[in-house]
Design a protein around this ligand. Sequence first.
Ligand SMILES: *[C@@H]1O[C@H](CO)[C@@H](O)[C@H](O)[C@H]1NC(C)=O
Ligand SMILES: *[C@@H]1O[C@H](CO)[C@@H](O)[C@H](O)[C@H]1NC(C)=O
Ligand SMILES: *[C@@H]1O[C@H](CO)[C@@H](O)[C@H](O)[C@H]1NC(C)=O
Length: 488
Amino acid sequence: MELAPRSCPVPRWLLLFPLLLGLSVGAVINLPAEEAKEVWGYVTVRKDAHMFWWLYYTTNSYKNFLELPLIMWLQGGPGGSGTGFGNFEEIGPLNSDLKPRRTTWLQAASLLFVDNPVGTGFSYVNTSDAYAKDLAVVASDMMVFLKTFFDSHSEFQTVPFYIFSESYGGKMAAGISLELYKAVKQGTIKCNFSGVALGDSWISPVDSVLSWGPYLYSMSLLDDVGLAEVSAIAEKVLAAVNSGHYKEATELWSEAESIVEKNADNVNFYNILTKSTPNLAMESSLEFMPIHMPIHMPTHLRRLSQRHVRRLHQGTLSQLMNGPIRKKLQIIPQDVSWGGQSSYVFTNMEEDFMKPVIIFVDALLEAGINVTVYNGQLDLVVDTMGQEAWLRKLKWPGLSQFSQQRWKALYSDPKSSETSAFVKSYKNLCFFWILGAGHMVPSDRGDMALKMMKLVTQQEGLGKQAEPWRQTQERATDAGAVGNVAHP
Ligand SMILES: *[C@@H]1O[C@H](CO)[C@@H](O)[C@H](O)[C@H]1NC(C)=O
Ligand SMILES: *[C@@H]1O[C@H](CO)[C@@H](O)[C@H](O)[C@H]1NC(C)=O
Ligand SMILES: *[C@@H]1O[C@H](CO)[C@@H](O)[C@H](O)[C@H]1NC(C)=O
């Protein structure tokens, strides 16, 4: 795979014009897959705080980038890298073997990966007090970045702009979306903000931990003894959150994870049908911790960082990012390594970690912003039961109407009867239950994730809502149906 930076002064769709005029459509389809046009850079968002971003223009053969949405992807952790993990393990044009990804979102959108908060991925800080310590700083840093981005790429100002996110990225996306909404209204940032999608998101961490017991129990991963232990520690987390002791809540959360691991034979928090391998733990302690972990880091933070940040920096991805990719990018400072500051990003957010942001989601809904929530069926760390629990706490007036809607089954392969997801929507809230996926939905269910993205960005419609007993017949015509997410 060609790794040299490449610029394309003429939009690709213009190059296709002679072909479209002179040849049949079939000839266009047979063209070799085009490489994406890409640009990247740093934005200094605060003194000593530098944010790395990487933009790919859509590779769609029929529509140019002005006719398709721009999607910003926010990774979790905090400290997980979108330019690395999201790009090469989830939705970017190439996988971590640098082979084309069949289900890349680039075929239907342009993609903007941003390593945030600063210190994540190739982003870096010069002084240790420049790390973000709470969501307010994360969001204001992002406003500086987005203003710079849309000012210097004014061609994207009218393009529908969506934020998609995963895990802690969802919590950040909620805060960022609210600030972006205000900035657009005030005219300080010029962009066509069109919606936010919260994937397996850290909106209300305590609602996740409270549902771990019942969820694992129902899946034969806890017995009565285990259920009692997990429920007891979950109650302690709840008490700490309710009394505003967020650091303590973070510590208890870590303890809850250990209790789950002990009882469920090291079940993988990111997909309960798999197991955490001892290799991962060893790799963490041998290769990562002594170099990158603060020496005096408390054990529970060490453990949390290992589980939730280190995971996103496994050997092969780290070698790719710190090897060929960094060479290709050319602008990474010599002493900055990809992931080198990520543990610090995580520990600096320690006090923010367990804070819920349900009120931000309420504010987004109130403001009329399209909010999508999507969740993988096999995720434990942010399990679907927990997501539904915080959803029920919304004060948004449309909630009861939303709840009364009948959900609709979705099939990522129109020729298959295998159910890929369920979806429900009312006004500007939409919820996707993604079957067979764990925490990283696009990694586990690439086809369904792509379809969901097209539905959210209004490139596909849900069609008429079929009566349950007629769904089988109607399924065949689903592919050509028109309509939208709001009015199934
Ligand atoms: C900030 O850090 C980068 C990367 O380590 C380095 O190249 C740069 O010179 C530093 N800037 C200052 C002002 O220290
Ligand atoms: C935002 O995008 C939509 C869909 O393409 C378009 O109809 C609308 O005019 C755009 N708005 C702005 C302000 O550019
Ligand atoms: C927002 O959602 C509504 C309801 O699904 C839909 O009609 C509208 O087109 C969406 N707007 C955008 C910009 O995606």
